[in-house]
Design a protein around this ligand. Structure first.
Ligand code: UDP
Length: 361
């Protein structure tokens, strides 16, 4: 079985690390699987890309497309063109795409036009906000995928609600669990304390990078104001996404109390997750990682794809308004009963590769 895996952005590296490791294990056990990795270049900085390949021992990409551009269409278009050439050359049985980025969509379009089957890891997630670039990418990718690996029961339900049963001869929905839990479990013992900052007890770990927050100066200011206020009480460590760094140049914001650091590698990140007292974020991945590391999480967004975490009161969602974020910080009483299986308990990767193998024969 030949698989071409399309990667491009940080969360995809973290997901692919565990899937590629499972492929290697299955090859050792005699399964005939050849994985060709394609890196589109969507994220390219050392601390947004290389560090993950090195630390997580992800196989070096066979193709680095180095796509750069300023516009969504330009980027996605160039990716489709370059991925198509790779697929024509490699002739895989499957194209494996992850999540909801432009690289995901480009891989899906290139493969579907060549009638190559697509397996989508993290299928079925919906925010029901079609203004999110990620929502567009998810919906279009799901529609042309043959194997839809859903991380949650909610994701399965979203697909059945959208009528995927109608397509059942072409598309199969599989409840696989979340490969990010596989990564959290596997890499936990390798976690590393960041060495270049001093870290107080009970610190808060924050991230901000969703376009809906970074591209809206009011929302961005509101979030920073709230975090800066919280930081008077507890240290707030904020690894800053490059997109947010650029957005901050345009907006005057008081971040004087915050411990702002460069993006960190995954091994530092899971150390921070393991030792913080609270996560505050708009990241999709971080919302679940907070749960994996048994930490409460406040989300500054209008909606979330991971609604089971809200329903179980592990996480709390607030609009990007300073007072509401501060109120949530003061009053949120999270559930502490983490003994619930929402994401497959680390078995997603083996289930996914087994399914790919059995669907290829
Ligand atoms: N992450 C990281 N270093 C950082 C910030 C995030 O390794 O400085 C990891 C985080 O632990 C999670 C993933 O990147 O596994 C989330 O990626 P991001 O928030 O960029 O994207 P999203 O999950 O929202 O799509």
């Amino acid at each position: 079985m030949k698989i071409v895996t399309i990667l491009g952005a940080r969360p995809q590296f973290i997901k692919a690390a565990s899937v590629s490791r499972e492929i290697k294990n299955q090859v050792k056990n005699g399964n005939d699987i050849n994985e060709i990795i394609v890196h589109t270049g969507q994220h390219f900085d050392e601390n947004m890309s290389d560090i993950f390949f090195e630390e997580m021992k992800i196989p070096k990409p066979h193709y680095s497309l180095g796509i750069r551009g300023n516009f969504q269409g330009q980027l996605t278009g160039q990716m489709i063109e370059s991925i198509e050439s790779v697929l024509l050359k490699e002739g895989p049985d499957w194209v494996l795409v992850y999540g909801d980025t432009n690289s995901t969509l480009a891989g899906a379009i290139a493969a579907s036009k060549l009638n190559i089957k697509i397996a989508h890891i993290e299928a079925g997630l919906r925010s029901f906000n079609i203004n999110m670039p990620e929502e567009i990418n998810r919906i279009l990718t799901d529609r042309v995928s043959s194997l839809l690996f859903c991380p949650t029961k909610v994701a399965v339900k979203n697909l059945t609600n959208e009528g995927f049963d109608y397509w059942k001869n072409n598309a199969e929905i599989v409840l696989s669990g979340d490969v990010m839990q596989d990564s959290a479990i596997f890499y936990k013992e390798f976690s590393k304390k960041p060495i270049d900052i001093s870290i107080a007890d009970n610190f808060v770990l924050g991230t901000i990078h969703r376009a809906e927050n970074t591209d809206n100066p009011d929302r961005l200011r509101n979030i920073f104001n709230a975090l800066n206020e919280i930081a008077k009480e507890k240290q707030v460590i904020l690894p800053l996404h490059p997109r947010t760094k650029i957005a901050l140049k345009e907006v005057s914001i008081d971040a004087s109390n915050l411990t702002i650091i460069n993006p960190v590698g995954y091994l530092n990140m899971i150390w921070l997750l393991d030792h913080c007292s609270l996560v505050m974020t708009d990241s999709g991945g971080l919302q679940k990682e907070a749960f994996f590391f048994e930490k409460p999480c406040i989300i500054y967004r209008d909606e979330t794809e991971w609604i089971e975490l809200i329903e179980y009161s592990f996480n709390f969602i607030v609009p990007a308004e300073s007072e509401k974020i501060l109120e949530a910080f003061k009053t949120f009483k999270p559930s502490l009963n983490y003994d619930v299986d929402l994401y497959g308990q680390g078995k997603a990767c083996s289930l996914i590769i087994d399914k790919l193998v059995s669907s290829t024969k």
